[in-house]
Design a protein around this ligand. Structure first.
Ligand SMILES: NC(=O)c1ccc[n+]([C@@H]2O[C@H](COP(=O)([O-])OP(=O)(O)OC[C@H]3O[C@@H](n4cnc5c(N)ncnc54)[C@H](O)[C@@H]3O)[C@@H](O)[C@H]2O)c1
Ligand SMILES: O=P(O)(O)OC[C@@H](O)[C@@H](O)[C@H](O)[C@H](O)CO
Length: 382
């Protein structure tokens, strides 16, 4: 069995690549970072260090690696005979990997079974985004795309920080992981990945993960950044930050229980587990990594505006979520392109235009005025 995985970064090596390797796949990494690909191509193994409760070291072997820009033909060839293609490149990058996947699919011998394609990104239905981008790049003379590939949405959960320089290919990760995959597109040909969980209704799992793990994580990052703290575990050790994060997750819990029918006690246990993951002092994770790309994180269907808008539509005024969004507006990391763009938008546009641009909320939405007030307060400080 062969899997081609796009994105040999933190989650690519520390989670998806590891689970595919453990499932018995020969993994082919595809990335555009030349130094990383050279290192992978010349290595025979790398280690994944799981830190926290029950630490362990797992070794990944039997992989190959290609640069999907300069060695595109090789990647296309690999895809044409692969069983699985996965991505962990970031939701905004999917449109760039889609044409390569489309070419690999078009080159696939007709006697091979359909390729299983799964995007492993933090975004709701990321595989649907990838599918749309592949359709745009599809050469219709190559046949019926949906007969050549099966597309399944997934939710991936494992905290993998940026790796310390000098660590080579090895990756430090938390012990916890969860990879939940929509079973329904596969029919009776479900891929063999023992570390993954296949479910018939993925929607609630994706929202629960994004609106609990990622909403809580980003809140810890933005409140921690405001408090002048660098590590997520230090932010969570600050009682004021921890209380604000807890309050945010109380609001998303209310939505998730009401919307998806999760049992409240089970959702509370899920929240507690996640808060304990954020406090893991062995994990060198930073507020800058977790807060990265604030425009994406403040967008319409993401971790703040997504749940806050739904609560407002249900007649509930979110308070803690708005406080976290207010902190996000103050994430001014000069090394983060989106934080720099956010600062420009705040200085160039009036508050209502900023809200429309960043959140895509319209002025008639019940959340709009509250977000506009946050932006006005932020602009008044400048
Ligand atoms: N790190 C985590 O804890 C974690 C957990 C769950 C999900 N995710 C999601 O996984 C995705 C990747 O996150 P990450 O933390 O591994 O980021 P990362 O920056 O460590 O890795 C991304 C990799 O994608 C590569 N890349 C960029 N453009 C590319 C292209 N056009 N073609 C091929 N490769 C390209 C980069 O060179 C990099 O190696 C994101 O969607 C993130 O939200 C991350
Ligand atoms: O990857 P992002 O930028 O969407 O979010 C940053 C972190 O919250 C995220 O990477 C988590 O570590 C991960 O989602 C845990 O499963």
């Amino acid at each position: 069995m062969k899997a081609v995985h796009f994105g040999a970064g933190n989650i690519g090596r520390g989670f998806v690549g590891l689970l595919l390797h453990e499932a018995g796949y020969e993994v082919v990494f595809a990335d555009v970072a030349d130094a990383l690909i050279s290192q992978l191509a010349s290595a025979s193994s790398y280690d994944v260090h799981e830190v926290g409760e029950s630490p362990a070291v797992k070794t990944v072997t039997g992989f190959r690696a290609f640069n999907s820009a300069s060695q595109e033909a090789a990647v296309v060839e690999e895809i044409s005979t692969a069983d699985v293609v996965t991505t962990a490149v970031g939701p905004h990058i999917l449109k760039f990997v889609a044409p390569v996947i489309a070419r690999g699919l078009a080159a696939r011998p007709t006697d091979l079974p359909p390729l299983h394609v799964m995007a492993c990104e933090n975004a709701i239905n990321a595989t649907d985004l990838l599918h749309t981008a592949i359709v745009s790049a599809w050469d219709t003379s190559a046949g019926d795309l949906d007969a050549i590939a099966v597309f399944a949405n997934t939710a991936v959960d494992r905290i993998v920080p940026n790796q310390a320089p000098g660590q080579g290919l090895d990756v430090t990760v938390e012990t916890f992981y969860e990879w939940v995959i929509d079973r329904t597109p596969f029919g009776d040909k479900v891929p063999t990945i023992p570390g993954a969980t296949f479910v018939d209704e993925l929607g609630p799992y994706i929202e629960r993960k994004l609106f609990t793990v990622n909403t809580g994580h980003a809140s810890a990052a933005y409140f921690g950044y405001q408090a002048g703290l660098e590590k997520i575990s230090d932010a969570m050790a600050d009682s004021s930050v921890a209380a604000k994060v807890r309050a945010v997750l109380e609001e998303t819990k209310e939505l998730l229980v009401a919307k998806h029918g999760f049992v409240e006690a089970e959702q509370e246990a899920y929240v507690q587990k996640i808060l304990s993951r954020f406090t893991n002092p062995h994990l060198p994770d930073t507020v800058n990594r977790v807060g990265r790309a604030p425009l994406r994180k403040l967008s319409r269907h993401e971790r703040f505006v997504g749940p806050a808008a739904e609560l407002a539509e249900r007649g509930v005024t979110p308070v803690a979520l708005l406080e976290a969004m207010s902190a996000a507006l103050r994430f001014d990391d000069g090394n983060d392109d989106e934080a720099v763009e956010l600062a420009s938008l705040l200085s160039e546009l009036d508050a209502a235009a900023v809200v429309e641009r960043i959140t895509e909320l319209t002025p008639s939405h019940p959340l709009f005025a509250a977000v506009q007030k946050l932006v006005e307060d932020r602009q008044a400080e400048a």
